[in-house]
Design a protein around this ligand. Structure first.
Ligand code: F6R
Length: 589
């Protein structure tokens, strides 16, 4: 969702910016643009669609000599995806790119129009640009500070100014970093944009203004200079390589055994490292999309295995809902990116109510990682495909560990004894992934369908939700997940001759019940695919996964559904790594 890269140094930044935009493509976008600048001139080029369209346009124009540049990928919020609405925007002497949403853009626009400003685009970004320009007399940082006092909402701005040799940046509720090497300086939405040039960066905090000159950077807040720590990431340029795989999604699924091993390692023999959830009376798990579905697995385990009262809600509802915090509560935020706007807002709500927060997060530099009271990091490394796979598996693994520890603390499990099982897990997962040919063959049987249903009960239902989401987002096939017993209360009317229904049957307690539901849909003509821990003959297709400890069982089932979704999407020739309309990191409401 929107990406920013900016450069100041000795080079003409054109190619660096284009490369950076390509590295940010995974965030999702529908238009892109670039501004190149020297002492006197600013050249802006924008285009709709892929970065390759922008490249083509740039190659057809005469490019100015430049040593400063800002560039942007836009995921439309205010105004459709067209060239006028694409960034950079320019008003008077100010040119800028923006991530986030200016919530009071309409009011500010009206005020500026009254004072004589005319607008070309429908965007909130042009309003911010006009406001800074409005206040700009002779000192740009004063103008930015004044404008920020009026702007409500989230923003990361990269700003260049006519007849001014510097590059400026400022942020609030939207990530922005300053990249540093010996020769040049960068701004970027995340380190992956500039990883080919540096792994050193500074995290810009709320409303700190960064002034980048050719030689140095100065960070100020309220007019006072601030010293900042330089951080270093372990990420390297290879981490962003497809390593011979056709798609990032496949590469990331295949990485699951390795990242699982890395994530579990510290806890194998050291349960002390895990927070003890049993000290809380109530747990709230809050997240979005797949992260929420991982959370649903956590909820089931915490309730069923650790007798802990657990409530789950998607962050976009939780943030606005009336929540009665009348017991000792922990809010668990789950987020791969750590930048999901709704999840951040849910975290803030918990903190404002003095409720403890625990983040299960992948990106260590993210807002959620930095602002939650406690963190449990998953070691997924960069996840580039828009559809999450390896991060989801690790979220489930960490929630299973937390539930196991809580059950142990409550003496529902006598010994903390899962070292052997956890050590075996990556190999077992690998054996599931090795059966790609089986999933390919199955995909061939269903890829032309318009509707595919998933059914399961309890934890198997949560697995189905993720399987169904994965399928619809990458293959564009309509799919729904149902609690197996609920289907006959309406949706069963949609089952026609050979409609694919995928049933997940791993939970021993409700196995027989789910099997009855399988029979119900089969007798109405469904093409029945059963994924189970025991062989089940009475269906069209059966994939059997090894039966393991209940806590970790979903980790052997969901990858089957991930690979099935991948193979179906491939047969349908979909843009697997960048499905339409989606963004990797949803930084707006
Ligand atoms: C689906 C998917 C999304 C994310 C959701 C939360 O494949 O990736 O549903 O899980 O947008 O994102 P994070 O985990 O970054 O908060």
């Amino acid at each position: 969702m929107c990406g920013i890269i900016g450069y100041i140094g000795k080079e003409n930044p054109k190619n660096i910016l284009i490369e950076g935009l390509k590295n940010l493509e995974y965030r999702g976008y529908d238009s892109a643009g670039i501004a190149l600048k020297n002492e006197n001139d600013i050249q802006i080029i924008k285009s709709v669609g892929k970065i390759s369209n922008l490249e083509e346009k740039i190659s057809s124009e005469k490019i100015i000599e430049a040593n400063i540049g800002i560039a942007h990928t836009r995921w439309a919020t205010h105004g459709e995806a067209n060239e006028i609405n694409a960034h950079p925007h320019q008003v008077g002497r100010v040119t800028l790119v923006h991530n986030g949403i200016i919530e009071n853009a309409d009011d500010l626009r009206k005020k500026l129009v009254k004072e004589g400003t005319t607008f070309k685009s429908q965007t909130d970004t042009e309003v911010a640009c006009a406001l800074i320009n409005h206040y700009y007399k002779d000192d740009i940082t004063t103008a930015i500070t004044q404008a920020l006092t009026e702007i409500k909402g989230s923003y990361a701005f990269g700003i260049v100014v006519e007849n001014n040799p510097n590059l400026y940046a400022v942020r609030k509720d939207s990530q922005l970093i300053i990249g540093i090497n010996d020769k040049e300086l960068f701004i970027a939405s995340d380190i992956s944009a500039i990883i080919n040039y540096t792994n050193k960066y500074i995290l810009l905090e709320e409303n700190e203004i960064a002034t980048l000159t050719k030689e140095k950077y100065i960070i100020t807040k309220d007019g006072k200079e601030i010293k900042k720590e330089i951080e270093e990431t372990k990420m390297n340029a290879e981490a962003k390589d497809k390593c011979g795989y056709e798609h990032y999604m496949l590469k990331e699924i295949m990485e699951e055994p390795r990242v699982l091993e890395e994530t579990l390692k510290p806890y194998l023999n050291n349960s002390e490292l895990l927070p003890d959830l049993s000290t809380y009376e109530e747990i709230h798990i809050v997240a979005c999309g797949s992260a929420m579905y991982a959370g649903m697995i956590g909820k089931t385990l915490l309730e069923e295995k650790a007798n802990l009262k657990c409530y789950i809600e998607c962050a976009s509802e939780y943030r606005y809902k009336k929540i009665i915090y009348d017991r000792k509560t922990l809010v668990i935020l789950i987020s791969q990116s750590g930048e999901t706007a709704d999840t951040i807002a849910a975290m803030k709500k918990a903190k404002e109510n003095n409720i403890d927060t625990l983040a299960i997060v992948n990106v260590k530099t993210s807002t959620i990682a930095r602002e939650a009271d406690k963190q449990l990091f998953i070691e997924a490394g960069p996840e580039i495909a828009v559809a999450t796979t390896k991060a989801y598996i690790l979220q489930v693994a960490v929630l299973a560990l937390l539930s196991y520890k809580a059950a142990f603390s409550k003496k529902l499990i006598q010994e903390f004894d899962i070292e052997k099982e956890l050590k075996a897990l990556p190999k077992q997962l690998n054996s599931i992934l090795e059966q790609q040919e089986t999933y390919k063959a199955l995909a061939k049987k269903i890829y032309n369908e318009n509707n595919i249903f998933f059914i399961g009960r309890k934890i198997d239902y949560s697995i189905c939700l993720e399987g169904s989401l994965k399928l619809k987002e990458v293959s564009y096939i309509h799919s729904e997940a149902y609690q197996a017993g609920e289907l006959k209360h309406g949706t069963i009317s949609l089952i026609n001759d050979m409609t694919p229904v995928i049933a997940v049957v791993t939970d021993e307690e409700v196995k027989e019940k789910t099997i009855s539901n399988i029979e119900e849909v089969k007798s109405r003509g469904a093409f029945m695919i059963v994924i189970s821990t025991e062989e089940y003959k009475n269906c069209h297709e059966n994939i059997v996964v090894p039966k393991i400890n209940d806590f970790f069982q979903p980790i052997l089932v969901v990858p089957v559904l991930q690979l099935l979704a991948y193979e179906v999407a491939k047969l349908r020739d979909c843009d697997i790594d960048k499905p339409k309309n989606l963004a990797k990191s949803v930084t707006v409401e």
